[in-house]
Design a protein around this ligand. Structure first.
Ligand SMILES: NC(=O)c1ccc[n+]([C@@H]2O[C@H](COP(=O)([O-])OP(=O)(O)OC[C@H]3O[C@@H](n4cnc5c(N)ncnc54)[C@H](O)[C@@H]3O)[C@@H](O)[C@H]2O)c1
Length: 382
């Protein structure tokens, strides 16, 4: 199926872009290396510069050389990056780069747009024996649209006069803001296209069909955000007609946060525009043990980049104490996407065995094992 699996399994060595990034991103990728080596996965791992260090010294957290690298690999594994608001980011630039009009943008958001990695796939499974499971047997899959919506990057602060005048002419409700000085408000554009909505919704249904999932739920706020979320919901209803064997429903983003906690077993595959998908991913991650268990695939037609859902967790950086399971499950997704099914199955089974045994646990699961010790314990099961 387009998007989820790369149909061309390779006979020789793979080229994998290795993008540790910042903070604990470096540590969890060291853990990933341990299991990949144990699996005897045939690959060259090519390091790519990305993250805060490159913003501070080069004014670009996602340098052109890393973009070029991603054009020539089979897939990528990414750790995490540190992002800061625009003014805080500018303050940390090396003195020669200050005042040159450089603006910080998250490299992972740029990567998703540049390589059209339109599917953000997030499986969230409660592995038996994990004491952090909200309930046993939770097994949800989030399809988050990954390139548009409120993450379009079209933002204004201060607001240009021309834009304010046009909005006043075209949008009645904008009258409420007409007397606010231009430097006293900001505008972030939520842009959702028919094509962008169609392809993420179709990917969710195709996944459900392929893996025997019973239900797809659309998440939105179409009663208030009528133009963009209205388009998303309407598209969902159109595409749902093509999949008569799959049950469908839809829910507002606020309501689904309550329903997911109340009745998680009423849900199966969830599909959402970018921001709502981001929100429910963390909620669902917490139901299966927290950010240490949330893995993620950013998948396009030509490239896929796998990562833990969590960030660089600066307060733990350098301590090698965080949970590597999210990243190891991201490795499993990478193997699946490359068509290396057997290795993917073996890796997931090793993770499940170590969780169930409960002997080697990082701090978040109530143990005192270090990041690489947990990775070694998983590797020992392979
Ligand atoms: N994809 C990404 O690279 C990404 C995602 C989210 C946040 N960020 C960035 O990361 C930085 C830190 O953000 P944050 O603190 O809000 O979120 P975070 O995900 O980095 O960490 C939040 C908290 O979650 C827990 N946690 C995260 N990963 C864990 C793991 N593997 N094991 C155990 N506990 C774990 C820790 O308690 C941590 O303090 C920010 O600069 C943010 O912009 C990057």
């Amino acid at each position: 199926m387009s998007g989820i699996h790369n149909p061309n399994k390779k006979e020789g060595k793979y080229r994998i872009a290795w993008l540790p990034g910042d903070g604990i991103g470096i540590e969890v990728l060291d853990a990933a290396q341990i299991v990949l080596d144990k699996l005897k996965f045939k690959a060259d791992y090519i390091h790519g510069d990305i993250g805060w260090e490159y913003w501070c010294k080069e004014g670009d957290a996602f340098p052109a050389r890393t973009i070029d690298l991603l054009k020539n690999v089979d897939a990528a594994l990414f750790g995490a990056i540190t992002s800061k608001p625009v003014k805080a980011a500018e303050a940390e630039l090396t003195p020669e780069l200050k005042g040159k009009g450089l603006t910080y943008r998250s490299p992972i958001v740029r990567m998703r747009q540049l390589f059209d990695l339109y599917i953000c796939l997030r499986p969230l499974k409660a592995y038996p024996g994990n004491p952090l499971n909200f309930k046993e047997n939770i097994d949800l899959v989030v399809f988050r649209e990954n390139t548009e919506d409120l993450y379009s990057g079209v933002e204004f602060n201060p607001v240009p006069r021309e834009l304010a005048d046009t909005l006043l002419k075209l949008a009645k409700p904008f009258g409420a803001f007409k007397d606010v000085p231009l430097d006293k408000y900001a505008i972030s554009c939520k842009i959702n296209t028919k094509k962008g909505s169609e392809r993420i919704i179709r990917a969710a249904f195709e996944f459900a069909k392929k893996f025997g999932r019973k239900k797809v739920t659309c998440i939105h706020k179409a009663n208030v955000v009528r133009a963009t979320d209205g388009l998303f919901l309407e598209t969902f209803k159109e595409i749902a007609k093509e999949y008569p064997g799959i049950t469908t429903d839809d829910a507002n983003i606020d309501a689904i946060c309550m329903w997911l906690l109340k009745n998680p077993f009423n849900y199966d595959v969830l599909v959402a525009p970018n921001l709502y998908g981001d929100i429910i991913s963390d909620l669902c991650a917490q139901m299966v043990g927290g950010l240490g268990f949330g893995c993620s695939g950013n998948i396009g037609e030509k490239l896929a980049v796998f990562e833990p859902t969590h960030g660089s967790a600066p307060k733990y950086a350098g301590q090698y104490k965080v949970n590597p399971i999210a990243t190891i499950l991201a490795v499993k997704m990478l193997l699946d996407w490359l068509g290396e099914k057997e290795k993917g199955v073996a890796l997931e089974s090793a993770v499940a065995t170590v969780i169930a045994a409960g002997k080697v646990r990082t701090y978040d699961i109530g143990g005192d094992a270090k990041t690489l010790e947990l990775a070694e314990a998983i590797a020992a099961q392979l």
